[in-house]
Design a binder for this molecule. Structure first.
Ligand SMILES: C[S@@+](CC[C@H](N)C(=O)[O-])C[C@H]1O[C@@H](n2cnc3c(N)ncnc32)[C@H](O)[C@@H]1O
Length: 226
């Protein structure tokens, strides 16, 4: 089985228990709080910090074209898209099982300015320079071909556009590194090689005219301008 298929199978299971995933990623259940604290060393304030900072480059009155990849279950961003009613939003994920949760969520919330596309971040089915913002939350530690993912997300962004988001970076928080190696990689949720804060900064500097990277424990938060 290829790594793409292994990852798809792992996220199929997670997609089928989407509400459990939502509770973990939003820290809104006892299990989510436990994992945030035990694996990531985050309390409530720090947990809110990484998501707020990753989303902060998106203006409150944004009306342009935004690509989010991967959308997952959409639990982190659908409330934002409801507020950005005049924006043109495209959400992509390799796992139709994860994404069906996002589609249901959009429908339940009455969000109609979002379209969903199943696909691979390494071969995005979009024209060059066709988005004003590309957002990627918790995706790059999962993607099997990091070079292709960085190349493609940059290709579809217009000059002057923003690339922002977050994902796991190694060597910042030892406890997280241990859990990633012993749990998340074997389960297929994360795929090495992983960036360090420094390697991420250097990679983004090579692709973008401005690149800012900082960390909240093991979460690398980035914002770039093409
Ligand atoms: C940890 S989830 C993050 C989802 C969401 N952004 C969030 O923060 O909740 C990682 C997602 O990456 C997706 N994924 C993995 N490989 C992919 C690929 N090659 N192309 C697009 N999505 C991929 C998985 O299907 C999964 O939904």
């Amino acid at each position: 089985m290829s790594r793409h298929d292994e990852i798809k199978a792992s996220y199929k299971q997670l997609g089928n228990i989407g509400t459990m995933y939502d509770g973990i990623i939003t820290r809104s259940t006892p299990l989510g709080k436990l994992l945030d604290s035990l694996v990531w060393g985050l309390d409530k304030t720090l947990a809110a910090k990484w998501i707020d900072e990753a989303l902060s480059p998106i203006p409150e009155d944004f009306t342009g074209r935004l690509l989010e990849v991967p959308i997952g279950t959409g639990v982190l961003t659908m409330p934002l898209y409801r507020r950005l009613a005049d924006a043109d939003i495209t959400c992509l994920d390799y796992s139709a099982d994860m994404m069906k949760n996002a589609e249901k969520r959009a429908e339940a919330m009455g969000v109609s300015n979002v379209r969903f596309v199943q696909g691979d971040v390494g071969a995005l089915p979009f024209e060059d320079e066709s988005f004003d913002i590309v957002l990627s939350l918790n995706g790059f530690h999962a993607f099997p071909d990091k070079d292709a993912a960085f190349r493609e997300t940059c290709r579809v962004l217009r000059p002057g556009g923003a690339f922002c988001g977050c994902f796991y970076v190694k060597d910042e928080f030892k406890r997280t590194d241990w859990f990633v190696e012993h749990m998340y990689v074997p389960k297929g949720f994360f795929t090495p090689p992983f960036e360090t804060k420094e390697s991420l900064k250097s990679r983004l500097d090579g692709l973008y005219s401005q690149a800012n990277v900082h960390t909240v424990n093991a979460e690398g938060v980035f914002c770039c301008v093409k």
